[in-house]
Design a protein around this ligand. Sequence first.
Ligand SMILES: Nc1ncnc2c1ncn2[C@@H]1O[C@H](COP(=O)(O)OP(=O)(O)OP(=O)(O)O)[C@@H](O)[C@H]1O
Ligand SMILES: [Mg+2]
Length: 1007
Amino acid sequence: MSEVGQPEGERKQVTVLFADVQGSMDLAEGRDPEQWHAIMQRFFGLLADAVHRFEGTVDKFTGDGIMAVFGAPVAHEDHAQRACYAALAMLDEVGEYAAELRRRDGLNFSTRIGINSGEVVAGEIGEGGYTAVGHTVGLAQRMEALAEPGRAYLTEAAAELTRGYMELGDLGEFEIKGASRPVRVFELAGVGSARSRLDLSRERGFSRFVGREEEMAALEEALDRAVRGEGAAVGIVAEPGTGKSRLAYEFGERARRRGIEVFECQGQAHGRDIPFMPVLQMLRSYFGIADGDPERIVREKIAGRALLLDSALAEDLPLLFEFLGVPDPDRPLPQLSAEARQRALRGVVCKLVRAPNRREPIVTVVEDLHWMDDASEVLLRELVGSVGATKTMVLVNHRPEYEPAWRRASHYREIQLAPLELDDTRALLDDLAGEDPSLDGLADLIHERTAGNPFFIEEFVRELVESAHLEGARGAHRLVRPVEDIRVPATVQTVLAARIDRLGPAAKQLLQAASVMDEEVSERALGLVSGLAGEEHYDAALCELTDGGFLVETEIYPERVFAFRHPLTREVAYGTQLAEQRALTHAATARALIKLEPDRRDELAALIASHFEQGREMLEAARWFARAAHWAGHSQPRDALRLWRKVTALAGELEEDRETLMLSVASRLQQLDFAWRLGMERGEEARLEAEAEELASRVGDVRSLSLLRLLNSGRPGLVRQMDAWVAGVEEANRLAEESGEDGLRVAVRAAGAYAYMCGADFERLDRTAGEVLALAGEDPAAGAGIVIGCPVAWAHMCKGVVYRERGRPEEAVREYEAAIRIAGEQGDPETASWTRGNLAGVIAEQGSLEAALALARRNCELTERLGDVFSRTLALYSLCYVQLLGGQYAEALDSIERAERLYREAMGGGGEVQAARGVLRAEALLGLGRVEEAVEVAEQATDMARAHGIRWPLPRALLALGRARTAAGLDGATEALEEAARVAAETGAAATLEAIEAARETIGAAR
Ligand SMILES: Nc1ncnc2c1ncn2[C@@H]1O[C@H](COP(=O)(O)OP(=O)(O)OP(=O)(O)O)[C@@H](O)[C@H]1O
Ligand SMILES: [Mg+2]
């Protein structure tokens, strides 16, 4: 049993045909019902026969006619042509019978036909058996209603697919009920001149022939052999549209230029049931028979050429005449069984090839062997077998799913034709579209999408022209709209869908499942999702897909992994499934990943989540997005923020219960927690705060309220005053206590301590760090990841800060080193980054400038990778500090200005570190002798620190101000230094105080 269930239908590109027999209603009156019934049966029979002859499906009888579908259940790439052939046959045969009825019974019947192509949903729908439904069907019926008696009308969509193959008359636009825009209608007038796609592209004007040098050389070489009398047979194999026919054509032209005769024939997709069609074609071309040649002339052409070759062919002339449709009344063919006749015909063809008198080499091109009827195939095998010592070269081509019986014959050579290389694609596009600068990059995009298939490339360009992305004439196009999402052209879609449909049911099911799953899928996952794992035909189905070139094996160890060979195959396989079916497969994929990758669940959580989302299991999706966000955490803050946004959105769509509410609150809090790291628009932040507050209060979620208090009071210190910040932190701590959750108590206490640090309350900072460590006890992971990655490491860092301020550098270093080690062990790159920056500072203060610089630089690199703006600006801050101590003022200025820009761009403001950054900037400017600017910057930093109660950088700001004013010869230096000394003394910043005293002495001495 398949895990995802059997599809109830599929989306398909098809052609729908409606035909009815008109006049029937009024005639039914006054007729013997039995006779009437017989007549109608006969009509229905004729209609149905025509449908079946071209491999269509009679979907239903409509009372006075039929509805037929071409291209479903089995897709045919020429579904529209088939419908047209069937329509022509209907008009012909119904017409004949109607004429008979008119003659015999004076009755008046005629048929009307309507044809439309497009997408339908086809399958066993309801009780009605296999059927097709959709707008496409309705429009076909409207075409029928519109048609004149005895005519077949097509919509533009159907005309588009058959143009060239069919002769069409444009009837102009019609208003059609149910169609939003007028529909262009065409009348089917007959069979057109194009037989193959290549004929069509020739009519449109060939694109420049690109690449294929090697293949061409191989063909030339085979031709040389034939010219020498050694005979040659070459097969070109490739997927549809790769350029087999074009290569054969170009080669044929070269041969003709050398004066060598070339004869061509081809299998026809809708001609497989008609024996010998290609052979007939070939012989007509061999004998130079043109359409409209009178019979006598035809016989003369045949006899003339045959007898010149070999007089013994005289006895075969009646057979040739008959086969070519010009039997000689004077020399009738003796009665032969069909089998005997075929054998005789094969004999004649071989004689023609081996004719002893033939001195001129010939080339015979047989295209599309995969559509060859059985009789022709047998003949061809004999032909290939007999070219050995002749002057004949046989060039055949076919698609990979076909395997010729003579594949292993010794003089047969097979060439696998590869798609175009990127350079060839570029050259082709230059020819098709031109070289306008607006087209830059288009070649790469199209190459990637089409994987170098020239037919697909041409069709994509046509699609771009039709969708008005490209303007201007062919070869001189301009791109006027960006191409983000180019639709797969209907022509391409049809070709690919037909290939997929020819797969066995299991292989097709696998391919469809794989298309939903991923670009690459493992064998086990595919088995599980498709529900085919363990079934005996699973391997066979996989083989079918790899042999057919649908999937390629990208890895074999430790298990096999498959990828789509062609991106478009995946798109089409995906697109043919009903949305409902795809959703089921997505959900099954998510479950398979969970089951198969128990050790990688965190890493895969985002993928699992997105499969659940597309599988419409929103709760699971929200849970797994939350898991992914946790995992991305502070190491990939941008991803984490994006994922939390996703959780908020999903949770909002779900029915409200405890879990979804918790997800709603938690995801908002997490976003706020990333806001101070990455920046967020203030309005968005305020909205999140308000929503989280409302939701958390409603469910009495103390934990979330505590975090909210912490985050919205602490976040940027500049929004509020230090007192408000500290009050918020205290409230947060109170709520954390109330929650009774140990981890939360540790987390909130630790994170809240940042307020004391900024406020230069070192006493309290020290005490709080101590409490955190005591609460954590032996557990280094206590409170981890709630706000700060590792609160224990952070607490050690805080202690280090206190020691450093108090002028005890060795102890500071010890604490910092402990913090870095624990942060590393606990996977908290953020705290590690902040601490390394501090450590570099102390080391520099102790005189080891080289080591400090190296550490600060390394820290910048490591932090850059984190992508978190807050940490990156701090790392640059520390680097600047070390550079200042080393007297590298220009570099220092550069570092701090980068930090300032980075912070402002992301956060839209300067944040609580702004004053500290200002101090360093002033010092750098001072070092560079730009004293006026230094004064200004130092003043701003001082004002800022004072105004907001950010007392930590205040003494240093005042110190810088004092020095700058002195250097500028301004007043107020002494006052600044006095205040600096006072604040430093008050806050117990012993190290800074020392520096201040030193400055006061120098300045005093200088006076
Ligand atoms: N080397 C080439 N340079 C330029 N255009 C090419 C080249 N090869 C193919 N084309 C164009 O691509 C289109 C498809 O090529 P073609 O009809 O030869 O493919 P095919 O392999 O014969 O496909 P099918 O299996 O459907 O018959 C044609 O319009 C052809 O002119
Ligand atoms: Mg071809």
